[in-house]
Ligand binder design. Structure first.
Ligand code: G6P
Length: 743
């Protein structure tokens, strides 16, 4: 509307100016036309009256002539009429003849081009016509026309002209406004449809190759330009942010207007366990929990998870909620209860016997059962209901976590179409051939594509996912922008390497390193100078614990000087013990440790101390700080946060990290000793190097690694996702405001 007014006002002004210039011109033109008409009229009158006038003149009836003239001038336009026999005589004229006209000055009127005369009555037109006869060859007839009607007509014409131009301005304005409105609506509809993925602009914006071939070269250039600009802006923005709980909170408030964040994961951050008459609070061993807990402390909101602690039901309110952390509540856990059958099918079955080995490719065959799948679908639906009931707005921000909830994004999308759903897949994504094993692969893929953003730790896993989609389902895949559209809104597939909180919680670092070294050695009956290695994992076959033990055995074979001088403490948190494969694995690990200990124990100290029990983060950090090295030998791991925690724990810049090349962390921490866990000799050599590494080299490597973990901490991981989500929401809000759907 504003736009239309901006156009209409100047238009009216221009038209008024035109009217102002045109009116006098039109006036003059019409005056000329009238004068020509009157001249013709004069000839007509002269011809008509010539005969009777000559008759009267011949009869010399002068009075009758004057009467005759007076009668004729009753015509409203003919003002006066007169007759001059010669230029010297007196005129025979009607009463109305102006005194300025007499026979002696007739030539003046005859020769004047406009023969106009201005009298008190108004303008008069004087026409002089010859009226010759044999007796009077110079006789002339004078006809004086009243021109005042022309003035009236001229004013009328001006008035009409004014109305005409005003009308014209009005019509043009109306047409302009209507056309502008129509084309604006059309344009907006166009933009909306394009943004919905139906046209060129969206395709350009989303980085999709346009369907019209003639636009392809332009599109490619534009897309490159947009990407470069985005990358530059992103890099600049990120450089300026020091990622901390405060910066995350401020992003939430400034970019997302303080929206509540809802997290959904299978594992809960705090379990309440009954120990006799007491209820103990436990923090589970889970990389996912390690990463997300500080985020929730910073953001508040609600964390929906399976209530799996033995005393969980006893401590929740009537809405199944409990505020945590217990010492200083900052957010809510909403517990979802599962029956034994549900847990068996969804958690132990489809998630951990199916998807877990499928994605890790750690030489354990995946098992897929229809009954497990049915429970998986049912439990995902149960969590979808919980998400909807916990969402206070129509467009909440929902962070869906991990492979337990592959179907959840689509289910949430069906209930809350405007929600921003960020799904993070914490484990690797295999190549399409491997994923093809899953009998419900299409449902899993379509479920995940309900997300607005789907995150993986590495670009390699993003590529595998996009390849898998491309291979198996009907979806528009764009590899330049890494977006996938499957029916509805597009899903951005992005790399967000997960990390840990930085700096680590103060109480985890409270005990000095020297005290930790002493206490941990004492606790395990080891001499104070004894070299100590540490491994901290769930007792999971993907962690390569047996390969680690094999490497220790090989070290002692190759470098027997370490026998009795070096011990490796393996903290192994019991996990998924309902699954046969895990029970089998535990037995194997225990037997192997026993065998190696029998072979290489000396001076009363074993080379391996295996602790199959739950340890709270405080104890784990004590071991990290006490150790000379930490060995992470995963056979395949999305990221592995133990590696980053070890680095964070070493504020003394000491200790060596040996890290499997098959972890996501190996891409970020090249200063670690990177090994292939399947190569026992190489790992043994790395152990020897670590045990003999000069302190300066330890310090240099550790400082670089600590710098990286500090900068790329978990607040950056979450912040980056939330910033991307905020940008998406801004775009969708813009379109929604104009009647379109969200993207
Ligand atoms: C991995 C998974 C997490 C899981 C954790 C512990 O890190 O990605 O989702 O919570 O293992 O496993 P659990 O089965 O005990 O939750």
């Amino acid at each position: 509307m504003k736009l239309s007014l901006r156009f209409v006002l100047p238009l009216i002004l221009v038209l008024a100016a035109i009217a102002y210039i045109v009116a006098p011109l039109v006036d003059q033109l019409t005056l000329r036309w009238f004068m020509r008409d009157l001249d013709m009229r004069s000839s007509l009158i002269a011809n008509t009256i010539q005969e009777p006038l000559l008759d009267l003149l011949e009869a010399d009836k002068r009075t009758k002539i004057v009467d005759f003239f007076n009668r004729i001038t009753k015509d409203e336009r003919l003002y006066a009429i007169g007759y001059c026999a010669s230029s010297a005589g007196t005129a025979l004229a009607s009463r109305s003849m102006p005194p300025d006209i007499h026979c002696t000055n007739l030539d003046r009127w005859a020769s004047s081009p406009d023969h106009l005369m201005h009298s008190p009555q108004g303008p008069l037109l004087v026409s002089v016509m010859p009226m010759a006869s044999a007796a009077t060859p110079d006789a002339r007839l004078v006809l004086v026309h009243d021109m005042s009607f022309i003035t009236h007509r001229s004013e009328e014409t001006k008035r009409y002209l004014f109305y005409f131009f005003m009308g014209l301005a009005l019509v043009i304005s109306l047409v302009t406004v209507i056309v502008a409105q129509l084309s604006w609506r059309g344009w907006m509809a166009g933009v909306r449809s394009l943004l919905r993925g139906e046209g060129l602009l969206w395709q350009l914006a989303a980085g999709v190759q346009p369907s019209m071939p003639e636009f392809k070269p332009i599109a490619r250039d534009l897309q490159r330009l947009v990407r470069e600009l985005e990358a530059e802006t992103r890099a600049r923005d990120e450089d300026q942010i020091t990622w901390s709980p405060e910066s995350l909170r401020s992003i939430l408030h400034s970019e997302l207007r303080g929206e509540d964040v809802v997290v959904v994961s299978n594992r809960e951050p705090y379990l309440h366990q009954r120990k006799g008459t007491r209820i103990e609070v436990q923090r589970p061993a889970s990389g996912l929990v390690t990463a997300l807990e500080p985020i929730m402390r910073a953001c508040s909101g609600t964390w929906i998870a399976h209530g799996s602690g033995s005393a969980d039901r006893e401590v929740v309110d009537k809405h199944d909620r409990i505020a945590v952390p217990p010492e200083k509540p900052a957010y809510q856990i909403r517990r979802v209860w599962l029956t034994r059958e549900e847990e068996a099918g969804y958690y132990f079955g489809f998630s951990n016997e199916g998807l877990w080995p499928l994605c890790h490719i750690a030489h354990v065959r995946p098992t897929f059962r229809t009954s497990d799948w049915e429970q998986y679908v049912a439990v995902n639906r149960k969590f979808a209901k919980a998400v909807v009931s916990e969402s206070r707005t129509k467009n909440p921000i929902i962070l869906v976590q991990d492979y337990h909830f592959a179907l959840l994004p689509k289910m949430i999308r069906e209930e809350l179409p405007d929600a921003t759903i960020i799904t993070f897949w914490h484990i690797p994504w295999p190549n399409p051939e491997s994923f093809a094993i899953c009998p419900w692969r299409n449902e899993v893929l379509e479920g995940l594509l309900g997300s607005s953003i789907l995150g993986f730790h590495t670009q390699f896993h993003c590529n595998n996912f996009v390849d898998t989609v491309d291979r198996f389902i009907e979806a528009r895949v764009d590899r330049e922008s890494f977006t996938v559209s499957c029916g509805g809104k597009p899903t951005a597939v992005r790399r967000y390497p997960i990390s840990i909180s930085w700096p680590p919680e103060a109480d985890l670092m409270a005990k000095p390193v020297s005290d930790c070294r002493r206490d941990m050695r004492q606790a395990n009956g080891l001499p104070l100078e004894h070299k100590l290695g540490v491994g901290v994992d769930r007792l999971d076959y993907t962690k390569g614990i047996m390969e680690r033990f094999r490497a220790i055995e090989r070290l002692l074979e190759l470098n027997p000087e370490w026998i009795g001088r070096y011990t490796f403490v393996q903290i192994a948190a019991p996990t998924r013990s309902g699954i046969e494969e895990y029970q089998h694995h535990e037995t194997q690990v225990r037997n192997m440790a026993m065998r190696i200990n029998e072979r290489f124990s000396a001076r009363g100290v074993p080379p391996i101390v295996l602790k199959v029990e739950h340890h709270e983060p405080r104890e784990v950090y004590e071991y990290f700080r006490a150790a000379d090295l930490c060995f992470v030998s995963s056979l395949h791991d999305g990221m592995n946060l133990v590696a980053k925690e070890f680095v964070a724990a070493r504020d003394d810049d000491r200790g060596v990290l040996i890290l499997s090349q098959f972890t996501g962390a190996a891409r970020e921490l090249p200063e670690a000793l990177i090994v292939n866990p399947y190569d026992a000799d190489q790992c043994a050599a790395a152990l020897h190097i670590a045990l003999t590494m000069p302190t300066e080299e330890q310090r240099d490597r550790m400082r670089l690694m600590r710098g990286l973990v500090a900068e790329f901490n978990v607040f950056r991981w979450a912040g980056r996702m939330l910033l991307d989500a905020a940008a998406m929401r801004r775009r969708s809000h813009l379109i929604g405001k104009n009647g379109g759907g969200a993207i």
